[in-house]
Design a protein around this ligand. Sequence first.
Ligand code: ADP
Length: 387
Amino acid sequence: MLQESIRRYAYSDTEGKVRKLINSLHVGILVFNSQEEVLFSNKFAHDMLGLSEKQLRMKGPYHPEWSVVYEDGSPFSCEMSPVLVALKTQKPVTNLIVGINRPLTGDRAWLLVNAEPILTDSGEVSEIVCSFSDITQRKAIEDKLTSLYQSLESRAFDLACSNADLERFVYVATHDLQEPLRLITSFLQLLKKKYDSQLDEQASEYINYAVDGSRRIKKLILDLLEYSKFSIDRDGFKLLDPGKVIEDVKHSLCSLLKQHHAIIDVKPLPVIYADPSLLHQLFKNLLTNSVKYRGESTPQISIDCITQGDDYLFSVSDNGIGIDPGYSEKIFDLFQRLHKNEAFEGTGVGLAICEKIIRLHRGSIWVESMPGKGSTFYFTIPQKQQW
Ligand code: ADP
């Protein structure tokens, strides 16, 4: 439609107004007759192609100096030119991208070309209106985006590979370590059993230490394996009620909670987008710790949540022994503990798992506490997960 109007206006433009208007366009216009001769061209076309109207009429629509190429860099075939195709097929050719060497500057320009055949009442092509715009900048941005995307893809692939390598390494290392450990433990026990009567008290004690040590290494290995198990599975994320998850956790910890008469007060919690099994593990670790590190009085735990900016801010408070603020960051590191095993059994993996789970949810976790004053563990979960 636009092409048809251009053609009509251009020819009946006695005062030159329409030509001015067409010359002000940032789109090149060339009108061809059915012999592929240029009948009309505008200023943008002259500037872009480096030819005057007269030269264009004489030289025709293609010029070897332009070194026209397709988008993939292959040389342009004149037989497949949009004008010729529109002429032969009587159908428009749309959005063809070609590159040309600008005659004036010699640099590469990219053009988005359309060719529209104008048909007579008897159905023959009388003219072809070819329009083109300069998309050099757009193409440069697109090319940059494509190469960025490709490098992102290859980095993501490298990361996935090294992640898989690491997971394999942890798995193999932990499995392979268990076997010699089993040997050490059983031979130590055998030694004790067989030569118990010949060993003095100190030798027996040393063997007991060694057995305890190897048992502890086994626990550390298993916990390390457990830690490495938690990974992101975006398909596992869904809208869920954390209150229900906490109910399940309470159920799975029921004997521990009953044994210590723990009181758990759960405030109304919002529905969140999270992975239910990861959230289960998180609350399980936090509640277990609140009971494990209880003070003199009955464990009282309160779970609450408020909105804070774009996040939900959860809190799990207890009335336990508390933590020296100097260690409030360290306790989230793998195998970091504040107590000897004789005082509280453990390996220092529970909070590292909590930290990993919250990291996988794109949130953060921290603790506010004072010795003897209980602890409050805070963690955030974004209200909207974006991937
Ligand atoms: P573990 O309990 O096996 O030592 P965690 O990673 O769960 O490992 O905890 C790390 C350390 O943080 C614990 O050794 C303990 O000193 C401290 N801690 C964790 N939770 C609490 C809590 N609710 N109250 C007091 N101390 C805590």
